[in-house]
Each structure stands twice: as C-alpha cells, then as structure tokens.
Design a binder for this molecule. Structure first.
Ligand code: BGC
Length: 268
C-alpha cells in the first residue's frame, strides 16, 4: 500500500463518488465508483452508501480517507445545510465516515477540497497570491487560497445579490431552471463576480462545476479585473481534492504545507 494513495470521497446531492487518488500525480489510481445519493440523504443513509462503496476491496487499499461535503465543516462537524438534509447540522461527519470507511477520515467543505485539487494539480497549479475558486452547480461554493494555503469555509455563495442569496441568482442550476440563455446567465454571473471582486481582489479566478466544460459560452462575456479560467480537474476534483485534504490534515509526508505549531497540525 503506497503512502501516496489516499481514498477520496465526493458527497454530492445526486451521487456519492469514491476512488483512490495518487497524490504524487493528482490522478485517480483506481476506477471511480459511484452510487446514487440516497433520498432522503440523512447522515445514516449516506454512511450506509459509503459502507456499500467500501465493499469494493480496491477502495480499502489506503490508510486514510478524505471527503468533501457541501456544508460549512469545522473540525469535522457540519455547521450548515443549505442544500442538504437539515439533520446534518451538528453531525460529526468525520466520525460518521471514519466508522463507515474503517480508516481515519477527514472531512472538508466540497468547494474547499475541489479548490485544493485545482491549486496543486489543475488550473491554479502553483499560482501564488490570492486565488479564488468558485464551483457553479446546485449552489455556489467558494475556496480562497493565499500563496497556496486555503482559507476554509468562505461560503461566498451566500453573499447578497439583488436582495437574494447569490446562489439563488447565479448558480448554474438557476440557468437550467429558468432556461436562461448564456448571455443572460453571464450577466448574472458578471454581477456576482463584481460583488466578490469588490471585497477580495483575487489575482486569479477559477470557475468549476459542470458548466466549466463550456467556458467559451460565458467566460468571454465576463468583465472581471482578474483573469478567469475554467477548472481543469473536471469530475475528479472532488475526489482528488478530498484525498489531498486528508493528507494535509493527517500530516502525510510531503503534503503538509501549513506551518505546524508546537508539533501540532492546525485544525481546519
Ligand atoms: C453551501 C456550501 C457549498 C456549496 C456548493 C452551498 O449552498 O453552503 O457549503 O460549498 O453550496 O456545494
């Protein structure tokens, strides 16, 4: 069992995906396994789905696991539940999943972990300064990095835009639901990015989520100060990023980038 192989789990509204990630390359080391997210997606039902995924022996070939979850996560505990079952609030997701995977498991916000994958291996590889990653999907997730170090749980999707939660106006799901043209959607996204840029002044903006596969449709219509690029890790960002998150939290040799104080790895 190579140390560089870490189990990554991506928990989303429609699917739960898992694979071993090879952190020395940022690639998947096994095929990606996926099961539908149970409905209702209660903590116990999701844990059961993770147990089912782990019946696959290949996925058990790691020492530690990481998972990305769509909520604010403080020291493994979910503190919000914008687009997931409210039962998650207060749940120790890390403890629940450690029991389900049978290995130490670290849990971070889904956008934070996807951002980690992009900044180490993808569209933001080794970019210094302030890098902002936004995931445009059912909601809007955000991850901010300064000199490659993550500032966790920024939740910029919940800024107020036109009197509403921004993700209700500018998430990719709104484009689908309201059947907006690319032009109309880009206008909303532009207004949202303007709001974010007024507060943050990023040096680079990375846009992820399904629509990042068609950047030509909307990126040229944006008027940001910072350059905008599409995420490049595609469907693997959630899994690889979750694995990397676990490696950073666990102090895995070669992957610990935050300064260790008094022999202790700071909690995220
Ligand atoms: C949640 C975030 C999450 C984002 C993307 C938002 O509604 O509040 O925690 O990162 O959706 O899933």
């Amino acid at each position: 069992m190579a140390d560089d192989l870490v189990l990554g789990i991506d928990i989303g509204g429609s699917g739960i995906k898992a694979a071993l990630a090879d952190l020395s390359t940022g690639q998947l080391a096994t095929a990606r396994k996926r099961l539908k997210t149970p409905q209702p997606a209660t903590p116990e039902a999701v844990a059961q789905t993770v147990r089912e995924l782990l019946r696959d022996e290949e996925l058990r070939g790691a020492h530690i696991a990481g998972a990305g979850f769509p909520a604010v996560i403080k020291s493994g505990v979910a503190r919000t539940a914008a687009n997931v079952d409210k039962k998650w609030i207060g749940t120790n997701v890390a403890a629940l999943l450690a029991e389900a995977t049978g290995m130490p498991t670290y849990v971070g916000n889904d956008a934070d972990v996807a951002g980690l994958a992009e900044i180490r291996y993808g569209a933001g590889k080794d970019v210094q300064g302030v890098v902002l990653m936004l995931t445009l999907g059912t909601g809007i997730g955000s991850a901010i990095f300064h000199d490659l170090i993550l500032l966790p749980n920024t939740e910029l999707g919940h800024l107020e835009l036109d009197g509403k939660d921004a993700e209700r106006t500018a998430a990719a799901s709104v484009k689908d639901r309201k059947k907006l043209s690319w032009k109309k959607y880009a206008k909303r996204l532009d207004a949202y990015l303007d709001l974010v840029e007024r507060a943050l002044w990023p040096d680079l903006i990375i846009l992820g989520g399904g629509i990042s596969k068609e950047p030509d449709k909307f990126v040229p219509r944006l008027h940001t100060r910072a350059p905008v690029v599409a995420a490049s890790m595609g469907n693997n960002a959630g899994i690889v990023g979750a694995a990397l998150y676990a490696a950073e939290c666990d102090g895995l040799k070669g992957y610990q980038i935050r300064p260790v104080a008094n022999g202790k790895i700071p909690a995220w």
